[in-house]
Structures are given as structure tokens and as C-alpha cells.
Design a protein around this ligand. Structure first.
Ligand code: F6R
Length: 243
């Protein structure tokens, strides 16, 4: 696990966008794992700029999002599909057949989750997985205590996550309490992982992660200690080196 503090948040976002862009350029068939949340908004803004100002073929790439709120209408402006269209997909040359989300309907949920994992693993796992991190160490919506062997499934969101996500809704009561998330095992199959953390709210969990030598299921992101290719990018505020 390599940590790099890039100083300010926009530089950190720019760096991550360049890594995504270079991955696409290097491999026209690339499979990207994508995250949502406030941290990723400037990353997608930078990626859109790069894709507009450089010729690159997107027709064969595939993207797989980490999560979606359970039973939230996909057309809702609060859905992660809407988020991704708003911040990325509507601005680049990509067709709906190329981007995938975990299915968030109750009907056939187990089969659909299994199919999502199979699709992710088909031919080649995700080449580059982008992650944010919750203040409690969650990755995707894998909350503390999630077994490292978990695959895509429905989960209950923790109080901390519901409170943190309330900023995207009018009231906290509107925040869905459940989601469907890629599992930790699914995430760990990726060839390469970049986790981006910015802002002082993330400093304590990043510092904890930096100090850990053994993965512990109470801090889901600590599973990344077991992965051979993980880069953790921070700004000064989230930096593990901050005194
Ligand atoms: C969202 C996701 C979450 C977020 C995390 C941080 O798809 O996977 O793990 O990355 O909750 O969210 P922000 O960036 O809003 O602090």
C-alpha cells in the first residue's frame, strides 16, 4: 500500500483523473471500477476535460460502479446512476450498454448480484478500481465488520454513513438505509486500486490505515494491505503525515 500526499485536493483529483485516462489510453478494452460521492466529483470533471481534449477511443471500455441505493428509482437525481450520468457519462462518448451498476431491485436480487460478480470477472477482472473511503473505513458500502470474503450483495448502511450521506438529500429521513454494493472479495480481484481521500474528515481513518500492519475486518479498507497494487492519494488535510 503506497501513500502519496499530493497537497491540495484539486491536484489530487487531477492526478487520479490522469491515471484513469492513461488506463483507458493504454488498453481500449479496459474495465474500470468506479465510485461516487463528493470526493470523486472533481475527478470526473478532470477526466471529462482530458477526454475532450485528447483523441481516445471509448467504444470498447466497460465501467462497473461500486454501489447503488436499494430500491431507489434509477431516474431519481439521488441515484448513483444519475450521479454518474451527470458527472461523467453524459459528457463523454460512452453508450449505456458499456456502464454497469449492481441491480437494486428486490426481485431476483441474489441471482442478479451473482451475475454482477460474474460479469465483472468475465474474461478479465477490473483493471483499475477507483475507491473513496468512509470515515468509518468503509469501501463501497462494505461497512465495518464485513467479511473480507463478501461478494456483491444488499447491505444495511451504518448510522455514520447515513449521517454522512444526508448532505446529498433534503432531510436525513430521505437517505436510503440499504444499498447493494460490490463485495470486498469482488473489489480485491481488481488488478490495480487507487483510493482517493481528501478533506480533514478523512484524516483520522487514513492515519489509522497508515499505521496498520494487519488487516482487520472492523476497518474494511485495511483489506487493501493484502492487495499487491494499491495507491492511496490524499491532500494535505487527509494526509497520514499530518501532525
Ligand atoms: C460511493 C462509495 C463510498 C464513498 C465514500 C466516501 O460509491 O463507494 O464508499 O466513496 O462513502 O464518500 P465521499 O466521497 O462523499 O466522502
Amino acid at each position: 500500500m503506497e501513500f502519496i500526499n499530493l497537497g491540495n485536493a484539486s491536484l489530487a483529483a487531477q492526478y487520479v483523473a490522469i491515471e484513469l485516462f492513461r488506463e483507458i489510453k493504454r488498453n481500449p478494452h479496459t474495465k474500470l471500477g468506479l465510485a461516487t460521492g463528493g470526493t470523486m466529483e472533481p475527478v470526473y470533471a478532470e477526466l471529462v476535460k482530458l477526454l475532450k481534449s485528447n483523441p481516445v477511443d471509448l467504444s470498447l471500455i466497460q465501467t462497473f460502479n461500486l454501489d447503488e441505493y436499494f430500491e431507489l428509482d434509477k431516474q431519481s437525481p439521488k441515484s448513483y446512476l444519475y450521479y454518474m450520468k451527470h458527472h461523467l457519462f453524459d459528457h463523454i462518448d460512452i453508450k449505456p450498454e458499456q456502464y454497469y451498476f449492481p441491480d437494486n431491485d428486490r426481485e431476483n436480487l441474489d441471482e442478479d448480484n451473482k451475475a454482477y460478480d460474474e460479469l465483472i470477472m468475465k474474461e478479465h477482472p477490473i483493471h483499475l478500481q477507483l475507491l473513496g473511503i468512509g470515515t468509518n473505513g468503509h469501501i463501497g458500502f462494505n461497512e465495518p465488520g464485513t467479511p473480507f470474503t463478501s461478494n456483491t450483495r444488499m447491505v444495511d448502511l451504518s448510522e455514520e454513513t447515513i449521517r454522512a450521506n444526508a448532505r446529498f438529500f433534503d432531510t436525513i429521513d430521505e437517505v436510503p438505509t440499504q444499498a447493494v454494493t460490490m463485495g470486498i472479495n469482488t473489489i480485491m480481484q481488481s488488478d490495480r486500486i487507487i483510493l482517493l481521500a481528501t478533506g480533514e474528515k478523512k484524516q483520522s481513518i487514513i492515519r489509522q490505515l497508515y499505521d496498520m500492519t494487519q488487516p482487520n475486518e472492523e476497518i474494511p479498507a485495511s483489506v487493501l494491505l493484502n492487495h499487491p497494487n494499491v495507491l492511496i492519494i490524499t491532500d494535505n488535510e487527509a494526509s497520514p503525515y499530518k501532525k
